[in-house]
Design a protein around this ligand. Structure first.
Ligand code: NAD
Ligand code: MG
Length: 384
């Protein structure tokens, strides 16, 4: 029996790489659902190639084009934001790959969990915003949440066979991004073209900017807290510019397990889709004899204040990570549209965290309200 995969966010960096993995393993996987925000051309092309049961184009203006282009095929076409939840409730798929970027991925992932379907989770913002609720629902429904994020996939792999052993701490590795070693006098002038050039990974625009500000690592600390049920002080970040060690777990006896490999997102994607199986592939292999060494240093959280702010949010808990995430999404949007500078992003996040009232144990509704309030406030700061 082939595993039927629903890819939410199929036109993005993770989505397209997942389709490559599926193409190379047609005996194991088939595509059941594809969704995109507005790239109708690519969605149509993917639908013709992979013949899913259904596609969603979120941008309703593109509906007619998608519908017309797929007329004569068996593909059902849906449009609009609400359709994401509608198709997430289908019982015709076996696993969701949650690869939508940002808060926009939360509702469909919750619907998938409510329907009892396993999730391969790339969309880290889902856990940053409402990790307590998402994981509680998953545990209650006995739904596996398998991380796709390379660091979390590494930790997940290191923890296999260790259920009875306590974790002393986890060590999340960070490449440091394109501005490693830079100081504010340099960063004040950088433009999106520089920020989008990541040294080791090719990714979507939002996560590339987050990697450049180190917000990505902060979001990943919060993601790890919920995925692995850790206390904030058990999560450490270390800069490792080569991105060969994807993360590590240190146990109570001081022993450290690391998961390693060349930086290629297809590996954690394939691992999550096929779990618990490992499938052979022809991805590049790491050669230790050709290595120039693996290097490690402390992150510079004074310069890259977003990481310090995320640590604060992690420690405070409640709705603070949700506020941090919402303000950051607006700030990154502003930076990508040349409305604000690189350092302004951190300022906006900090001001939103100061402004939005603290809620210690938010309901899902209160998370949505905090998200909206932080977004509105951040947008008012940059006039969008
Ligand atoms: P991307 O921007 O390349 O793709 C995003 C996808 O989401 C696209 O298919 C887009 O159509 C869809 N989308 C965007 N806004 C939407 C909205 N409002 N409603 C519905 N759909 C929407 O992003 P990406 O780099 O593929 O990242 C996806 C997620 O995976 C992010 O949460 C990111 O943090 C995480 N992730 C990505 C990488 C990577 O290497 N790209 C690595 C680890 C984690
Ligand atoms: Mg990552």
């Amino acid at each position: 029996m082939k595993k039927r995969i629903a890819i939410f966010g199929s036109t993005g960096s993770i989505g397209t790489q997942a389709l490559e993995v599926i193409s190379s393993n047609e005996d194991k996987f088939e595509v059941e659902i594809l969704t995109a925000h507005s790239n109708e051309k690519l969605l149509i092309e993917q639908a013709r190639k992979y013949k899913p049961n259904a596609v969603v184009i979120v941008n309703e203006k593109k509906y007619t084009t998608v519908k017309d282009e797929l007329a004569g095929t068996d593909v059902k076409v849906f449009a609009g934001e609400a359709s994401l939840e509608e198709v997430a409730a289908f019982d015709t798929y076996d696993m969701m790959l949650a690869a939508i970027v940002g808060f926009a991925g939360l509702k469909s992932t919750l619907k998938c969990i409510a329907s009892g379907k396993p999730v391969a989770l790339a969309n880290k913002e889902t856990l940053v915003v409402a990790g307590d609720i998402v994981m509680q629902k998953a545990v209650k429904k006995r739904v596996p949440v398998i991380p796709v994020d390379s660091e979390h996939s590494a930790i997940f792999q290191c923890l296999l066979g260790e259920t009875r052993n306590k974790i002393e701490k986890i060590i999340l590795t960070a490449s440091g991004g394109p501005f490693l070693g830079r100081k504010p006098n340099f960063l004040v002038n950088v433009k999106k073209e520089h920020a989008l050039q990541h040294p080791n990974w090719t990714m979507g625009a939002k996560i590339s900017v987050d990697s450049a500000t180190l917000m990505n690592k902060g979001l990943e600390m919060i993601e790890a807290r919920w995925l692995f049920n850790l206390q904030p002080e058990q999560i450490e970040v270390i800069v490792h510019p080569e991105s060969i060690i994807h993360s590590m777990v240190q146990f109570e006896d001081g022993s450290i397990k690391a998961q390693m490999g060349p930086p290629d997102m297809k590996l954690p994607i394939q691992y999550a889709l096929a779990f618990p199986q490992r499938i052979p592939n022809d991805f590049p292999r790491y050669d230790f004899t050709r290595s120039d060494g693996l290097h490690f240093e402390k992150p510079d959280i004074k310069t890259f204040r977003n990481l310090a702010l995320a640590i604060q949010a992690l420690q405070k808990g409640g709705n603070v990570p949700c506020v941090l995430n919402a303000a950051n999404e607006i700030a990154v949007y502003g930076f990508l549209h040349n409305r604000i500078g690189f350092l302004d992003m951190m300022e906006i996040v900090e001001r939103a965290m100061d402004k939005i009232p603290f809620i210690e144990k938010p309901t899902l509704e209160e998370y949505f309200e905090s998200d909206a309030a932080a977004r509105n406030f951040a947008a008012s700061l940059i006039h969008i």
